[in-house]
Design a protein around this ligand. Structure first.
Ligand SMILES: NC(=O)c1ccc[n+]([C@@H]2O[C@H](COP(=O)([O-])OP(=O)(O)OC[C@H]3O[C@@H](n4cnc5c(N)ncnc54)[C@H](OP(=O)(O)O)[C@@H]3O)[C@@H](O)[C@H]2O)c1
Length: 285
């Protein structure tokens, strides 16, 4: 059986660390002695997290920026090096949703969401892996995917596609990097009570709908702290996938064998008026 990894003193970089799952994970990691670098566009949110961690005796530092900027990944790793040394773990968590019927999603919208959720996460983990291999340091790379990386609900096709891409990409990375002592894990949260749904509704031009939360029964909602605890557990004892709901995990697995059954369940979420939209020609490349 693999030994438990002592996390104290091992630095971690967390994107989207100023709110929601990233914030809860930063606090949980600092709580077990990991120096934390939090990143995101809103510097005030990052500084609030850093202050909270420092007030409770932990080590944390803010590195504001947009994950889609070309030099952001390199800058983050350099920031961690200067503040705490070589990062042991990197959690590519920054992300957002899009509430739109698949055929009404424009090519530009698709590109934009892939830039944040997939390309930026890929860039950061690739840069970190290159450093870890060069330094022969080992480490742990994580991406915040979603339960919807395994099945796609109506009106979230673009988002689910980014998460499925993360999931598959990390499956190969995990195999390739294992000989270098680098763990790779994906995180698959179910509906988590964060700003995610409000941000998604705003970006999609549907403020106030909170459709994802509205459709989710209470038993399938969780606080971000639950995801954070599962992530710390995975950092201590690496596993390929972090899940916080065995029921949803089983459902996702069964969907592969019985897609018709899953479709029947998902049909409950349909709002027929949502397939009416502007002319499809706006989708031109
Ligand atoms: N909430 C859920 O139900 C749920 C379920 C499954 C998976 N997830 C995933 O969990 C991750 C975290 O989401 P959350 O639920 O914690 O929602 P959240 O509170 O809205 O967090 C998203 C974070 O991403 C950051 N971010 C977004 N775009 C960015 C950009 N271009 N550059 C830098 N940072 C950016 C945001 O910070 P700034 O705005 O300050 O930049 C924010 O801190 C996402 O990847 C999401 O897909 C969420």
């Amino acid at each position: 059986m693999a030994a438990r990894i002592e996390l104290a003193g091992r630095p971690i970089i967390i994107t989207g660390g100023g709110s929601g799952i990233g914030e809860a994970t930063a606090i949980a990691c600092a709580g077990v002695g990991m120096p934390v670098v939090v990143a995101g566009r809103r510097a005030d949110m990052l500084h609030a997290v850093v202050s909270r961690i420092q007030e409770s005796g932990g080590e944390a530092s803010a590195c504001p920026g947009d994950v889609t900027e070309a030099d952001h990944a390199a800058h983050l790793i350099q920031h961690c090096h200067q503040a705490y040394g070589q990062p042991w773990a990197v959690f590519a968590n920054a992300g957002r949703g899009l509430d739109r019927a698949a055929h009404l999603t424009t090519s530009q919208e698709l590109r934009d969401i892939f830039e944040v959720n997939f390309f930026a996460a890929h860039h950061l983990l690739s840069e970190a892996a290159t450093h870890m291999i060069r330094e022969n340091s080992g480490g742990h790379l994580m991406m915040c995917a979603s339960c919807v990386s395994k099945f796609s609900p109506p009106y979230h096709a673009a988002y689910a596609a980014t998460k499925a891409a993360q999931d598959l990409y990390c499956q190969s990375m995990r195999l390739e990097l294992a000989p270098a002592g680098i763990h790779v894990s994906t995180v698959h949260p179910i509906t988590t009570t964060t700003d995610f749904f409000d941000v998604s509704a705003d970006v999609s031009g549907q403020p106030g709908t909170r459709s994802g939360l509205d459709h989710t029964p209470k038993m399938f909602r969780q606080p971000p702290e639950k995801v954070a605890r599962a992530i710390v557990k995975c950092l201590r004892k690496p596993v390929p996938e972090v899940w916080t709901s065995n029921l949803v995990r089983m459902t996702a697995a069964l969907r592969n064998i019985f897609p018709k059954l899953m479709d029947r369940e998902m049909r409950r979420m349909l709002e027929p008026s949502r397939i009416q939209g502007e002319d499809a020609s706006r989708n031109a490349h």
